[in-house]
Design a protein around this ligand. Structure first.
Ligand SMILES: C[S@@+](CC[C@H](N)C(=O)[O-])C[C@H]1O[C@@H](n2cnc3c(N)ncnc32)[C@H](O)[C@@H]1O
Length: 360
């Protein structure tokens, strides 16, 4: 079972609860900034004289169409924009750059240890108008100076991510048996792997670390050099992988913060079954609710808006718990469930989703 926030001995409740509430407050500020960046990105990419506008009046490269639509819908929800007779109208003043500086300064004072998160959101947000116009490649903004560790602050270092990564690791310890073969998909920076490996170190098992990107594999080989892991390319969309992986069947598949990039989630979930033994476990960690700062930091990345399964996902790449349970069942997985160490907390925007293949 996943550890609850309040552990049975009540240990470390206060520090954990207060760390979570601290992070919640930070994320609210990041969301405030994100909203301003969305408004600026639209306004900066419109003709100055435009009083009202339609989407085609905004300058952006076509590949960002769905991101622009998302910004517009958030701005309508937040009463920055009104949609009248098919035309948008700005009805609220867009905060000046000084307000961005004020929020950033406030964050630095209240959350001095979260300077990196703030820097990434600010960097991505400020560049968004040029990114949308196709003048700067977003990867060069997100991974400034080629530093791919920049985004780790969000899905690895934060209190909430650590809590979820630890929970995934505990779940893995509970389900991995001696002799098991484990396949991690989209393992990336190894943010979750580094929690899993120590938890299962006493269990005799094979662990294969995969990602779409060779750069992550090279990095992981250095990072996990004290463990004996296998490595390989695995792409959930093009269905390309190493022959050595293809020949194998696994007992546990673990995919953390990756399956939402599937072009078609049903196709991917069925494809993953090809790699699973009867009764094999599937463990997923996924964001299950949209966050505005996420739209700024991950929204322009390749794959975020690549979904084409409009039966499952209408206008956003993330799925709620109930959607995950439905699609898993539809794809032939059994006993699927969603768990969260923060289930009763309103910051619950991640879920640990587990299921297994039938035993016959
Ligand atoms: C948000 S990151 C999370 C990675 C990882 N769980 C971690 O802790 O670093 C998403 C990962 O999915 C990988 N990815 C993107 N598209 C993919 C695809 N089509 N197939 C497999 N992995 C993919 C990326 O390279 C990246 O490492």
């Amino acid at each position: 079972m996943v550890n609850p926030v309040l552990d049975s001995e009540g240990k470390s409740l206060s520090p954990l609860a207060s760390a979570i509430s601290h992070e919640q407050k930070l994320r609210k500020q990041l969301d405030r900034l994100a909203l301003i960046f969305m408004a600026r990105s639209i306004q900066n990419n419109l003709d100055d004289s435009a009083k009202t506008f339609v989407v085609s009046d905004i300058t952006f490269v076509e590949s960002y169409r769905r991101l622009v639509d998302r910004f517009l819908s958030v701005l309508v929800d937040e009463n920055y924009l009104q949609l009248v007779g098919g035309r948008y109208l700005f009805v609220k003043d867009i905060p000046m750059d000084t307000e961005i500086d004020q929020i950033a300064q406030f964050c630095l004072t209240i959350f001095p240890s979260n300077v990196k998160e703030l820097q990434v959101v600010k960097r991505c947000g400020l560049s968004m108008p040029q990114v949308l116009r196709g003048e700067i490649p977003f990867v060069s903004v997100l991974f400034e100076d080629g530093d791919i560790s920049a985004v780790e602050v969000f899905y690895r270092n934060s209190t909430i991510s650590r809590l979820y990564n630890k929970s995934v690791a505990s779940l893995m310890r509970d389900i991995v048996e001696d002799g098991a073969k484990i396949l991690e998909v989209g393992a990336g920076s190894g943010g979750t792997t580094e929690f899993i490996l120590p938890e299962i170190s006493a269990i005799q098992c094979d662990y294969t670390f995969t990602d779409i990107s060779k750069a992550f594999l090279i990095r992981a080989k250095r990072k996990f050099k004290e463990y004996q892991l296998d490595y390989g390319i695995f792409d959930i969309n093009t269905q390309t992988t190493e022959a050595s992986i293809k020949q194998n069947k696994y007992d546990v598949l673990v995919c953390c913060n990756v399956l939402h990039v599937a072009n078609n989630i049903s196709t991917t979930l069925r494809y993953l079954k090809d790699f699973m033994n009867p009764g094999a476990k599937l463990v997923l960690l996924e964001m299950v609710k949209p966050d505005r700062w996420v739209d700024i930091v991950f929204g322009p990345t390749d794959g975020w808006w690549g979904f084409e399964d409009f039966m499952e996902r209408k206008n956003y790449p993330l799925m709620a718990d109930s959607q995950w349970l439905d699609v898993l069942e539809k794809c032939g997985y059994v006993d699927s469930q969603c768990q969260s160490p923060l289930a009763h907390h309103d910051v619950h925007n991640l879920s640990i989703i587990s299921a297994h293949t039938p035993t016959y």
